[in-house]
Ligand binder design. Structure first.
Ligand SMILES: C=CC1=C(C)c2cc3[nH]c(cc4nc(cc5[nH]c(cc1n2)c(C)c5CCC(=O)O)C(CCC(=O)O)=C4C)c(C)c3C=C
Ligand SMILES: [Fe+2]
Ligand SMILES: [Fe+2]
Length: 347
């Protein structure tokens, strides 16, 4: 057994470009999209597609989008992850570091910072900041943290916290972060999640015969749910809606940020935002529980672009509820998840 004082924590998020300069955005996009868990085509095809076609076409447009949301401190996602680190550190006696799956700070830097702070370090607990399991989010972060750990032959133990999509403290934090916004007049609440290709859902189905095959698959008991993003976001939404006492006709789910021509999880957020006003749902609250920190996908795609299309389609009011960021209940939940893991492995 390890002593509690010899443990360190790493909060691991997705990462952002180092700056909004096009070469930095290019470097980031190549690292991100060359990840075989994000675009899972054979290496050579991926290389030609990403470095030859997608990134050259996308980089300038992405750089512009980043420029529109960039803060004085830099990327909102990184700044907010640092704020979370500070808040969690305030409530924990052991060192807390941050790492990013793409870009900086790299997991190796985080491991070395923990070792510098405690040369007797015996265990590192990594918390991937993704509530739901997806090959392109949670899995790649967890596997990358392990890959670097093995490559560098560290002697401390490594533990990775599992997805927390149905954990009561996370659900409670999301619900309570929404409650103040529900004081205003609204017709409908949209839970918008980052999308993934439907192919990824089939690929992750360990039974080979459940996801998107069985009628109402997300509600039919299956071992596949442990790795199914669609099931997990459905459960998060239902638990939050139940906690808030939302009737069924007052809320719905959609999927944003589609890239490329493949079929992704549906309904798409962009199409939903154009349709809702036509159904008389003209006052909208929108929340994005797959992201725990505000980022490009919330601050630009949802807060700006989404609002524009909803209002243009006849909407009256549109409010994006911020991500959990450093909500006190979320900070408390993170501290609790880390402590729970420590209880099982330390004395
Ligand atoms: C095939 C492409 C992509 C998949 C699959 C994907 C899944 C996925 N992503 C997140 C979280 C985030 N993605 C963010 C940005 C972003 N995502 C993609 C592509 C895929 N994501 C791209 C190309 C980008 C970069 C920006 C752009 O050019 O549009 C971000 C924001 C990062 C930031 O710096 O603010 C987050 C967060 C999840 C959770 C997920 C699967 C569930
Ligand atoms: Fe993404
Ligand atoms: Fe499923």
């Amino acid at each position: 057994m390890v002593s509690k004082s010899d443990v360190g924590i790493i909060l691991m998020n997705l990462g952002s470009p180092d700056s909004t300069a096009v070469p930095d955005v290019k470097r980031y996009l190549i690292e991100f999209l060359m990840d075989k868990r994000v675009i899972d085509y054979p290496w050579l095809f991926r290389k030609i597609l990403i470095e030859g076609i997608i990134v050259p076409r996308r980089a300038a447009q992405s750089a512009k989008a980043y420029e529109s949301i960039w803060w004085e401190e830099g990327s909102p996602l990184i700044a907010l992850t640092k704020q979370l680190q500070t808040a969690v550190q305030h409530d924990m006696d052991i060192p807390v570091e941050i790492a990013m799956r793409y870009g900086n700070p790299h997991p190796e830097v985080a491991y070395n910072n923990l070792l510098r702070k405690n040369p007797d370090l015996k265990e590192v607990i990594v918390l991937p900041l993704y509530p739901h399991y997806a090959m392109s989010s949670y899995e790649t972060a967890a596997e990358y943290a392990k890959e670097i750990y093995l490559k560098k032959k560290y002697t401390f133990k490594l533990s990775v916290i599992p997805p927390f999509y149905d954990e009561p403290d996370y659900i409670n934090a999301v619900a309570e972060s929404m409650r103040p916004y529900m004081q205003q007049d609204y017709d409908y609440i949209l839970f918008s999640y980052h999308g993934v290709p439907e192919r990824h859902i089939h690929k992750g189905d360990i039974t080979g015969s459940h996801c998107l095959k069985v009628n109402d698959c997300c509600h039919v008991r299956s071992e596949a749910h442990k790795f199914c993003y669609r099931h997990q976001v459905t459960i998060t939404s239902e638990l939050v809606a139940a906690k808030l006492g939302l009737p069924k006709d007052k809320w719905g789910i959609s999927f944003q940020s589609r890239l490329g021509r493949e079929e992704w999880l549906k309904p798409y957020t962009a199409a939903t935002l154009e349709q809702l006003p036509q159904e008389g749902k003209k006052k909208l609250l929108i929340v994005c529980p797959a992201f725990v920190s505000d980022c490009l996908e919330t601050l630009e795609e949802i807060a700006v672009e989404g609002k524009h299309s909803f209002m243009h389609a006849g909407g009256d009011s549109y409010t994006m509820i911020p991500c959990l960021n450093i909500h006190p209940l979320w900070v408390k939940a993170v501290v609790k998840y880390c402590n729970q893991i420590m209880e099982t492995t330390t004395v």
